[in-house]
Design a binder for this molecule. Structure first.
Ligand code: FE2
Length: 515
C-alpha cells in the first residue's frame, strides 16, 4: 500500500462545513457523541457480486462499558465511492446505531458492480470515520482467473503484536478468512510478553456482555488490526475462545460449565461478537444461537464454505486432551457440525461446479497421532476426537471426488500442510489437502510434543509451531499456491514478515507439493 493510501485509510477527521455534499439527507440524531466516535476503525465483510457489509461502532471511550455513548440510538451516515477521495460517490445512506448493539452499524450495501474496488466511510455530525477499502466478488459462475486470499486465526493480545496484520494491510488481497480466536476470553497473564499495554481488560475471564464488549474493543484498538480491516473484506467465523476454551454446543470447556448459566454466557459472547464483526443480518444472534456457517462464490473459480464446528458440537470425550480413543468416541451420533450443517456441506460439495472447493473451518481435519511411541493418542477436541463425523466427510470426499477440495483451518497455533487421509492410517488414500497458517500471535504451548510426534505422521508434510504468522493463497485456474508467512519478532509490531515456504496443489491432482 502506498503511504498516501495508508494515511487515507487511517486518517479520520472532523469535516469542514464545505464537505457535506454527497451525503444522504440530513439525519435526525438523538445524542451526538462529542468526542471522536470512530476509535475502533471500520471494516467490511461478507462480500457478494452486488454488495458488501460495511461496519463501524461508535465508541468515543472504547474501554468504557457503554463505549462512552449516551443511551439512545444515533443515525450514522455512510458513503461508498469508486475513489478514495469520494469524488465519485455511487451509494449513500443512513443507518441506525442502536444502544442495544453497542452503537455498532452493519450496512448491507446493494447495487454495486461485481469484482470492483470501492471505498467507504461513515459520518456522525461533523465527525468522519477513516476510509475503508473493499471489493465486491465476481458474478456467480463467471470465468475468473485468480483469487488472492489470506487465512488468519488466534490473535491473543497479551501474547504478541500484530505485525502479520500490518503485512496483510499492505498487500492487495481479495478477501481475508478469519477462522477464529479473534479474542481470548481468559484473564491472561499479569505481565504479558507483548508488553504491559497488552494486559487483558477487564483483567479477569469474560462472562458478561459488558466484559466481552470491553475485550473486543481492547483488541480492536490495535492499529494494525484496524489497518487490515480497513484494507480488505473479512469473512469471519468464531472458534471457541470468542466464548470459552474448548466450547462444545451447550457446554463450556470440556463440558464443565454450569448448564444453567452457560447459555447466558454464550449469548453474551455472541452478542458482542456480532457487534464487532462485519456480519450480515442473517447472522444476527438470537439468545445463545447465531447462524454462522455460510458459503461464498468466487465466479467459477472457487466456492468457500465456512463451517461452525463449535455451536452444534457433541461434548469432547472425557479424559485427557491426548488419549487413545475410547469406544464411545466412535458413536456415529457424535458430531462437530450437527446433522443439518453436515448435510448442507456435503450436498453443497456434491453439486458444486467450482474449480476449487474450499472448506474453511476451525480445528484440523487431518488425522494426527500424537503418541510419540508405538501407541496411539488423538486430540479429543479436533476432528480426530469425532472419528465417525470425520469419516463421513473424508468418505464423501473419497467417493464423490468434488473438484480440488482444499481445507483451511486455524486453532492449532502452528503452520501446517497436511495430506488429509481417508482413515486415521496415514497410508490410506489422500482425499484433500489442508493448509494452516500458524497463529497471528498466540503461543504454541505443546510444540515440543508436536515436534516429537512428527516422525509418526508422514501425512504432515510441513510443520512450524515455533513461529507466529499467517497463510496466504494465490488461486489460479491450474494451480493453487499457498504461502506460509512468519513474523521475526512477535513482540514487535514493526517486525519483518517473511515467506518461509510455498506449496502448490495442481488442478485435478490430490496432495500438495513444495513449490
Ligand atoms: Fe487459539
Amino acid at each position: 500500500m502506498s503511504l498516501t493510501r495508508r494515511t487515507a485509510l487511517l486518517g479520520g477527521s472532523a469535516l469542514g462545513a464545505a464537505a457535506f455534499s454527497g451525503w444522504s439527507a440530513k439525519a435526525a440524531t438523538a445524542a451526538l457523541p462529542r468526542e471522536y466516535p470512530f476509535t475502533l476503525g471500520v471494516a467490511s465483510g461478507d462480500p457478494a457480486p452486488d454488495g458488501v457489509v460495511l461496519w463501524t461502532r461508535l465508541a468515543p471511550q472504547p474501554l468504557a462499558p457503554d463505549g462512552g455513548m449516551a443511551a439512545g440510538d444515533v443515525q450514522v451516515l455512510w458513503q461508498v465511492a469508486t475513489d478514495e477521495h469520494f469524488a465519485d460517490v455511487v451509494r449513500a445512506g443512513s443507518a441506525r446505531a442502536k444502544s442495544e448493539w453497542a452503537h455498532s452499524v452493519h450496512v448491507e450495501v446493494e447495487g454495486l458492480l461485481p469484482d470492483r474496488v470501492y471505498y467507504y466511510r461513515f459520518r456522525v455530525g461533523r465527525q468522519l470515520s477513516p476510509v475503508g477499502r473493499t471489493r465486491t466478488t465476481p458474478p456467480v459462475g463467471a470465468p475468473v482467473s485468480s483469487l488472492a486470499l489470506a487465512a488468519v486465526s488466534c490473535q491473543s493480545l497479551p501474547a504478541g503484536r500484530y505485525a502479520a496484520y500490518r503485512h496483510i494491510a499492505e498487500r492487495d488481497l481479495d478477501i481475508v478468512l478469519h477462522l477464529g480466536d479473534y479474542i481470548y476470553e481468559g484473564r491472561g497473564p499479569a505481565q504479558p510478553s507483548a508488553g504491559p499495554d497488552r494486559r487483558h481488560l477487564p483483567f479477569k475471564a469474560t462472562t458478561s456482555l459488558e466484559d466481552y464488549r470491553i475485550r473486543h474493543a481492547q483488541y480492536r484498538l490495535d492499529p494494525d488490526l484496524q489497518a487490515a480491516h480497513a484494507s480488505v473484506a473479512f469473512l469471519c467465523v468464531p472458534d471457541d475462545h470468542e466464548v470459552v476454551n474448548n466450547m462444545a454446543g451447550d457446554y463450556g470447556a470440556n463440558g464443565n460449565a454450569d448448564p444453567e448459566t452457560f447459555p447466558r454466557r454464550r449469548a453474551a459472547a455472541y452478542h458482542a461478537y456480532y457487534e464487532h464483526m462485519p456480519l450480515r443480518r442473517s447472522s444476527l444472534p438470537s439468545g445463545p444461537d447465531m447462524s454462522l456457517y455460510r458459503r461464498f462464490s468466487y465466479g467459477d473459480l472457487a466456492e468457500i464454505r465456512l463451517l461452525d464446528t463449535r455451536q452444534y458440537r457433541t461434548p469432547q470425550v472425557d479424559g485427557p486432551t491426548f488419549q487413545p480413543l475410547p469406544s464411545d468416541a466412535y458413536d456415529p451420533d457424535r458430531t462437530l457440525t450437527g446433522p443439518e450443517q453436515e448435510r448442507w456441506l456435503l450436498e453443497g460439495l456434491a453439486s458444486s461446479t467450482a474449480r476449487w472447493n474450499v472448506i474453511a473451518q476451525q480445528v484440523y481435519l487431518a488425522a494426527i497421532d500424537m503418541d510419540t511411541a508405538d501407541g496411539q493418542a488423538y486430540n479429543t477436541d479436533k476432528w480426530d476426537g469425532y472419528p465417525a463425523a470425520r469419516s463421513r466427510i473424508t468418505g464423501f470426499l473419497h467417493r464423490q471426488q468434488p473438484r480440488n477440495p482444499i481445507v483451511l483451518s486455524g486453532d492449532v497455533h502452528a503452520a501446517m500442510v497436511n495430506d488429509i487421509t481417508l482413515e486415521h492410517d496415514p497410508t490410506s488414500p489422500v482425499v484433500a489437502t489442508e493448509f494452516i497458517g500458524s497463529s497471528i500471535s498466540s503461543g504454541k504451548g505443546n510444540n515440543a510434543l508436536f515436534e516429537s510426534a512428527l516422525p509418526h505422521n508422514p501425512q504432515v508434510r510441513y510443520y512450524n509451531g515455533r513461529e507466529r504468522g499467517y497463510l496466504s493463497c494465490e488461486v489460479g485456474r491450474d494451480v493453487w499456491t499457498s504461502d506460509l508467512w512468519f513474523v521475526d519478532d512477535p513482540s514487535d509490531a514493526a517486525s519483518r514478515v517473511r515467506r518461509d515456504v510455498s506449496y502448490v496443489v495442481e488442478d485435478g491432482r490430490l496432495g500438495a507439493q513444495p513449490a
